[in-house]
Design a protein around this ligand. Structure first.
Ligand SMILES: [Zn+2]
Length: 259
């Protein structure tokens, strides 16, 4: 990559961030890659197209149907995903977004990630559209509990109140997106973001690409931070073909005069 061009592009994007109050960041697995997490597709891409030991596709293993009928299988693979997240901490990109929110209360994050790293960095205007592995819910009663990790849990875990199955608060394959998260996203879109920044996502899901489409149709600037191409690459007005941590650190230093 030509560094002169990259500097000019970074200056341009930093100016867009400086000039906007309502900024929507859309993030996917790529933002967590700098924390050492694998870039998986949805919840299942950890396993590519391999079948599980049970002969199921990973989409079947991580589906609402399998959770209901063979919960030990779903829990085994959710447990593997959680084990990958364990000990991973937020990186420079997560921190920069959380700090920006403290300066600009109109900053929001829409994330596909279930790793909880935006929350760990301090983001509060956060829409976790696929849920989080760090919350468990009872499948029968109103019991719920936050967990920092699954160490010490016997899988599949059972409810201490009613002994029915507990589940992670994540959207499994074949399940609906959470209504509360969708409603929150609508509110953010109704307010009209002045800048949309997509980071580390291939944007294959329509609800992830949607805000970029909306912005491009309304003349709102859009930025993609992604070393590779994605579904929205041809739509965005600015592209930074570098990793999330490097890009957000460079932008942060421009915004705060340390560059
Ligand atoms: Zn219960």
């Amino acid at each position: 990559m030509n560094n002169t061009v990259a500097d000019a592009e970074l200056d341009t994007v930093a100016a867009l961030i400086r000039g906007a109050e309502r900024i929507l960041f859309i993030t996917g697995a790529g933002i967590s890659a700098d924390s050492g997490l694998p870039t998986y597709r949805g919840v299942g891409g950890l396993y590519d197209d391999r079948l599980t030991a049970e002969g199921l596709s990973i989409e079947e293993a991580l589906s609402g149907h399998t959770l209901a009928t063979r919960p030990e299988i779903t829990w085994r693979y959710i447990g593997e995903i959680e084990a990958n997240c364990r000990n991973a901490g937020p990186n420079a990109a997560h921190h920069a977004i959380a700090r920006l929110e403290r300066e600009k209360p109109g900053v929001w994050v829409l994330t596909q990630n279930i790793d909880g790293l935006h929350r760990a960095a301090g983001s509060q205007n956060l829409i976790e559209i696929h849920g989080s592995v760090h919350k468990l819910l009872c499948t029968a009663c109103a019991y719920e509990r936050a967990v920092s990790d699954y160490a010490g849990l016997t899988l599949p875990p059972h409810c201490p109140e009613c002994d029915h199955l507990l589940r992670p608060d994540v959207v499994l394959f074949g399940e609906m997106l959470p209504q509360a998260a969708l409603a929150q996203l609508s509110t953010v879109m109704d307010a009209g973001p002045e800048l949309v920044v997509t980071i580390g996502t291939t944007s294959v899901f329509p609800y992830i690409a949607g805000p970029v489409w909306w912005a491009s149709q309304h003349g709102v600037p859009t930025v993609e931070i992604n070393p590779g191409q994605s579904e929205v690459s041809r739509l965005v007005s600015h592209r930074l073909s570098i990793g999330a941590g490097q890009a957000m650190s460079a932008l942060w230093s421009r915004l705060h005069g340390t560059h």
